[in-house]
Each structure stands twice: as structure tokens, then as C-alpha cells.
Design a protein around this ligand. Sequence first.
Ligand code: FAD
Length: 409
Amino acid sequence: MPSQADAVVIGAGALGLSTAYHLASMGLREVVVLDRFAPGSQASPRAAGLFKQIQTDITRTRLAALSIQKVTNFAAETGVDLPVQRSGSILAARTQKYAEIVRAEAAQARAWGVDLALLDSDEAHRLMPYLEAGTTAAACYTPGDVYIEEPASLLMAYLQAGAKLGVTVLGNTPVTGIRVKNGEVVGALTSEGSIATPIVVDAAGAWARQVGSLADAQVIVAPIRHQLYITDPILGVEPTYPILRSIDTAVYIRPARGGLMFGAFEKDPLPLDPRERGSSFSMDDVPLELAVLERLTESIADQVPALHGATVNEHRGGLFTMTSDGQFIVGPQPGIAGLWSATGCNGSGFSLSPGIGQVLAEWIVTGAASMDLSALAPGRFARVHDEDWLREAAVWQYSHYYERDEPPV
Ligand SMILES: Cc1cc2nc3c(=O)[nH]c(=O)nc-3n(C[C@H](O)[C@H](O)[C@H](O)COP(=O)(O)OP(=O)(O)OC[C@H]3O[C@@H](n4cnc5c(N)ncnc54)[C@H](O)[C@@H]3O)c2cc1C
């Protein structure tokens, strides 16, 4: 355990490892990442690995484009290989109501610079034979979207890229305190000792709120369970087939290990707050319910008949770190110089981690970010007095993941 560092990053998930790598690549010499469990073992390796450019606002659209550019050029940037499947993706609607939403999202995304094309039902089926012909009212194809087959490979790649630059990553080392003196961060405390540092980044995922509270900082997140499954191999499924997002059923499907991956956003998801669990609570303890996914699989049976009767080979899940407005929390904590947040993933933290890590590191190292992240400011939330309200707002954001409705006030 080093006794001092230029920066300490709390959390070795996608957001923490990307931020640490970028801090080192921008010249910080001693960057230390601390994790309470094994590095890269919590929400991030459980992700579906999907990257999408059709996003709800221009900041996320730019971060998504930057992130795809970075993962597809990972070896050139870092010298470490990273397999990325350039599959493209299709956003499809079955009904006229959702067809209008698809067209509106496509028009907005195009105005923000995303390369895409509207397809009819037959064209969508030709590109993606596992999507039944005649079931699609409108579809939008984004050829530049990608997926990472095994999400753990991005974490391994960041660990290796960081190691080449001297980043220290210590697992099984929970941070138990953040030392603040005269309004400035001066160190991080762990069970193994303390590290003097002027910079601490809270990238603790579902635990980010309790880590923030170590410095009396507000990190207003509410974790919610999300699950997916992968089938046994299915004859005819090719890894190059596009990702499918079905907007009216709120499900996503992609090729995986010769079969299909299926994930879904239920209307009544399970909130789960690690603060109410013991210190040993990990993503392994998140209760999984295959019945929820089986019910949602039926909702798409006419569109993707290949899933009907397919055998589930792997079922996994973890926690999304949701916020009440559906936006990330990225930037400096007000009133505590040197304390930064990188969390509030709202289900997109894996795919936006390359871009967020880069832009946040620029901001920390140079004092200015190359992209305006003010919409993600940690200080935008009032102190929460009503935990039920926060949970309900997070549930609303989760259950409207693919839609563009206005949330209730
Ligand atoms: C089933 C599933 C599918 C998903 N699919 C996608 C997808 O396709 N695309 C996408 O973009 N996103 C997806 N997500 C969301 C994505 O996984 C998250 O947004 C992302 O992993 C968040 O990264 P993180 O670094 O914040 O969290 P984590 O990976 O959980 O990392 C946080 C780390 O902080 C550590 N920590 C906590 N407290 C402390 C402490 N006190 N001291 C030290 N360390 C601490 C934890 O141990 C943990 O390792 C999915 C999530 C799930 C569950």
C-alpha cells in the first residue's frame, strides 16, 4: 500500500479503471485504484456489453460516439488488444405509437451527428434474420454501434493498459474514510492504512452514495436490479448480426456465444440499497429471478421466435446505479476541493466509461474538460429528505429506459 498518491480512485469497475488509466495517460505519476472486492468483479463484468449512439441528449450522444471510437481503436491508443464486434444495431417498433417514437429518436440523433438509416420490416429482417419478417412497424439501423462479447475483457484491457503506465490496483481493500482538511481532500483511509492524496474519485458504483458520505458529500443514487440471460447456441445465429432493441417491449437481444443474449426492463423492477445490507454484500448477493425474463421473452415471441423454447445457458444480473433524472453524476463535488464523482450509470456505465474516463481525467488534470459535462454535475441535486420519492423516481427512469416520455414531477 503506497503511503501517498497523486490520485486515489475508489472502485475498480469500468468507470474507475477507465478514469485511472486516463489520469495516468495524462501524466499523473502515482494513481492508485482501491476496491473492496476483486478488481472488475461487480456490476461491470455482468453487463451486456452493448454500445449505442442513439441517446437521450447531446452530451450522452457525444460521450457514446467518443466511447465507441475509443474501444474500436483501443490497441492503437493503449497497445492492448480488445476484441470489439462491429455489429451495428436496430431499434425496432411493433406498433404505430412506438414507430413514431423511433422516427422521432432517429431524427433527433441524426441532427446530433449519428449515422443511421430508417428501414422497413423486410430490410430489418434481411439484416437480422432472427427478427421475424412482417412484425416491425418502423426500424432504425445504426451501423456504427458495437458490442463487446465478454464485458470482462474491457476491464482486463483497462487493467493492462493502466499497469503499463504504472497504475496500482489493490483489491480487497475497502476505503473506510476520506480525509478532508479546510475544505480540501488530503487522503483516503483503508483497513490496510492511509494514503495521502489531493484527489479522490468516487467511482464506487452501487456503493457510491455511502462512499460519498465518508466526506459528507451528496451522491444521490438509487440502485436497481437488472438481469439478462444467454441461450445455448442456436443454429444460424451469426456474431455479426446487429443488436436488436425492441422499444415497445423494452428488451434487447444480441448474438452471444453462438446463441442469443436477452435482457429486459420490467415495469416494476427491484430497488436494492447496499446501505441496508452488510459490508460483505456484493453483486453475488443480488437475488435473481429468471421468471421475470421468461415473462418478457413471451412478450416478444412473435418478433423473435428463435427465443421460444431456447435453453438458458447463463443467467446473470446486478445493480444499475440510477438517478432521479436519468443522468450520470460526473464532476467535482461542490465545497470539497479534490473530491470527484464518476457514477450514476443509469444502465449505460459500461459503454460510456471510455469517454467519461477520458473527459473526467482531462478536467481533473488540466482544470478544463474538452466536453461540457455541466448537465452531469454532482451538485445538481437537493439533499434527499424522502427516500421513497428517490426510489420511485429511479424506478420510473429504469422502466422508461427506451422511451422519451417526460417523468412525473
Ligand atoms: C445485467 C446488466 C447488464 C448491463 N448491460 C449494460 C450494457 O450493455 N451497456 C452498458 O453501458 N451498461 C450496462 N450495464 C450497466 C453497467 O454494468 C454499469 O453501468 C457499470 O458497470 C457501472 O460501472 P461502475 O464502475 O460504476 O460499477 P462497478 O463495476 O460495480 O464498480 C464499482 C466498484 O466499486 C467498488 N467499491 C464499492 N465500495 C467501495 C469502497 N468502500 N472501497 C473500495 N471500493 C469500493 C466495488 O467493489 C466495485 O468493484 C449493465 C448492468 C447489468 C447489471
